[in-house]
Design a protein around this ligand. Structure first.
Ligand SMILES: [Zn+2]
Ligand SMILES: [Zn+2]
Length: 269
């Protein structure tokens, strides 16, 4: 069992140190974990309305803490990852920054449309004011950003790929063509997705991505990895067993793992 999406208290909206997560993962018998805390936005010259990442000066400490855990023997094996906010027009900045650090993998995620952190529970009420056409417009904008994430060639994993559904608002009109386009682009770019279990605990109450996109990804042979998006040590490995069963039922026979930004396959049969 693996979990490639763990946060820490450094991002200001999670609890626990890397050591706390490690101990919990060991207790639960996980074979491999990966820390994917948020990349410091000040290093990308972006200031969101509310701070949601560690500061640039903390990044070396985060790397050092995870590296120390990597020296420990036995399970779980520990990987150094990072979750980077995709910000259009900052691709070169992101590329230069990522080249400086010894990450095992980099997850590219979209949390912002302009300055709007649309995944923050505090903005959930804003969706209720939107007309159906406007909800569709949000999905369109979101998937357009995801296309850029995939085509940027900056990331190993595309994070929680349909998180725009988080608060349960969906357009009346079909979005099937967006999903097909995304699956084709993932295939062409040979980028991995994650099956992120946190959506089960959001109002939408389903994993990211939903089963339809997951099936499309399987058909196009898009690799998949697993993550709980834990923001508390107790959430390590949460629903990863259910996610594994789902992947197997769809036909997946392996999940992707990473070392020094090289993708490897781990059998799940
Ligand atoms: Zn995220
Ligand atoms: Zn996350």
């Amino acid at each position: 069992m693996i979990d490639y999406h763990l946060h820490t208290s450094r991002c200001c909206h999670a609890e626990g140190t890397v050591e706390d997560y490690y101990k919990e993962a060991k207790r639960k018998g996980l074979e491999e974990i990966g820390f994917a805390d948020h990349f410091p936005l000040d290093l990308l010259n972006f200031t969101p309305p509310v701070r949601v990442t560690m500061e640039g000066k903390e990044l070396p400490e985060y790397i050092e803490e995870v590296s120390q855990l990597q020296l420990k023997r036995g399970n779980p094996d520990v990987k150094l990852g990072i979750e980077v906010d995709f910000l259009p027009d900052r691709e070169e900045k992101i590329r230069k920054q990522l080249a400086k650090y010894p990450f095992d993998y980099v997850t590219g995620s979209v949390h912002f449309m302009g300055n709007w952190d649309f995944t923050n529970p505090e903005v959930a009420c804003e969706y209720a004011k939107l007309k159906d056409e406007e909800i569709f417009g949000l999905y369109e904008e979101y998937y357009h950003l995801i296309e850029k994430v995939i085509q940027s060639n900056l990331f190993d994993i595309t994070g929680h790929i349909d998180v725009i559904k988080k608060f349960g608002y969906r357009p009346g009109k079909s979005i099937q063509h967006f999903l097909e386009q995304i699956a084709d682009l993932l295939r062409a770019a040979d980028i991995c997705i994650e099956l992120n279990t946190a959506g089960s605990y959001a109002p939408v109450n389903e994993f990211y991505p939903g089963i339809e996109l997951l099936k499309l990804c399987h058909r196009k042979k898009v690799p998949v990895t697993l993550g709980s998006d834990a923001h508390r040590p107790a959430e390590v490995g949460r629903d990863i067993d259910k996610a594994l069963s789902l992947l197997k039922s769809i036909g997946y026979r392996e999940v992707a793992v990473f070392k020094e930004r090289k993708r490897l396959a781990r059998s799940i049969v």
